[in-house]
Design a protein around this ligand. Structure first.
Ligand code: SAM
Length: 335
């Protein structure tokens, strides 16, 4: 049986090979980004969270089926106690060639060294504003100084290149696009702008709030001329650009709405409560927690993974009128 696990690959019904697993370790967050988390949110009960041992086991099975890239996320993943221990366990899985964390950065000043020592390679820091008052308005927490200190700590700990992810929302932070590009140049960061997606809390998403990546790129290029990145991975969701004058850093655009990349999607997601989602916008989740806790073998769990992946959605329907918004928001799914 074990040899069958090793030779089966995770391929969906549209012949896409699944190579990336995003693992949410908590739904809790210390921010209340206006577009993401309601103030009165109810957190998942602790008993329903996958333990680190359970996460590591599922990750090992997924890697045995062809996954090579793991991303730890949440909620805010670094709020969960002892995440460096999980990092250490995941780095020991043979076949993982990319392990990173997506974080809001507030805990990095405290944890960057421990994470690097545990084997973490990179961090992606979400940062929606470089202006302290605007940041506080968006995150509903006055935490910009903590985030910047966290980024500095991550750099010093060698978690490079630092990637900064910014969700652009019209009227809220799109006026800062050039400031973000300047930060990329000055610090050699990879800054990526993510299009706002209808996975939000409340009803904020719409044509009025979506800022197409192309618009941001043109705005930046009018100040800092850009050239396509020579290192562009054709399968990566982000289209990266470097500065034509040779300055360090880059800017990238993840145009998930206006230029969807579903046809090359190679991701699946594991929620903090052990549900597998085959698309960010899935309306159906595949329960792995129950069989896991009922004593399923590795081979049985592998079969569940293979079966779930076979049903992976062809595409999201955001722009074709067939879209149905999932119940869980980005932070509950694992962004
Ligand atoms: N706390 C971690 C962080 O800040 O990176 C991980 C979770 S957070 C939900 C991951 C990312 O999802 C953040 O960059 C956040 O801005 C983004 N996000 C949340 N809601 C979104 C939406 N509706 N559209 C696009 N991105 C969204």
């Amino acid at each position: 049986m074990e040899s069958r696990i090793a030779t089966t690959q995770l391929t969906d019904g549209w012949a896409r090979r699944i190579e990336s697993l995003r693992i949410s370790v908590t739904d809790r967050c210390n921010f209340r980004c206006v577009y993401c988390i309601p103030e009165d949110i109810e957190w998942l009960p602790r008993a329903s969270l996958l333990s680190f041992e359970e996460i590591t086991r599922l990750a090992r099975i997924a890697v045995g089926l062809g996954v090579r890239k793991l991303r730890i996320t949440g909620g805010e993943p670094l709020l969960r106690k002892d995440v460096p221990e999980l990092v250490a366990a995941l780095t020991e899985i043979r076949g993982v060639d990319d392990l990173a964390i997506t974080t809001n950065g507030t805990e990095l000043a405290r944890l960057a060294w421990r994470l690097a020592a545990a084997g973490l390679q990179r961090v992606n820091v979400s940062l929606d504003s470089l202006d302290r008052a605007n940041f506080a308005r968006l995150a509903q927490r006055d935490a910009l100084p903590d985030v910047l200190a966290g980024i500095d700590a991550a750099e010093r700990a060698g978690l490079r290149p630092i990637s900064i992810n910014c969700v652009a929302i019209r009227g809220a932070n799109d006026h800062e696009a050039v400031d973000f590009a300047r930060l990329a140049r000055e610090r050699g960061f990879e800054v990526r702008f993510i299009e706002f997606m209808p996975l939000e809390h409340g009803q904020r998403w719409g044509e009025h709030s979506l800022v197409p990546g192309r618009e941001l790129r043109e705005r930046i290029a009018s100040v800092f001329p850009l050239a396509p990145s020579p290192d562009q991975d054709p399968h990566a969701p982000a289209k990266d650009w470097v500065f034509a004058d040779g300055a360090p850093g880059s800017v990238g655009f993840i145009d998930s709405v206006t230029a969807a990349f579903c046809s090359t999607c190679n991701r699946i997601r594991l929620t903090a409560d052990g549900k597998l989602r085959t698309c960010l916008f899935s309306l159906r989740e595949h329960d792995l927690l129950t069989p896991l806790r009922a004593g399923a073998s590795d081979a049985e769990l592998a079969r569940l993974l293979v079966g779930a992946v076979a049903t992976k959605e062809l595409k999201h329907h955001i722009t074709d009128g067939l879209f149905v918004k999932p119940v869980r928001t980005m932070s509950q799914i694992g962004g």
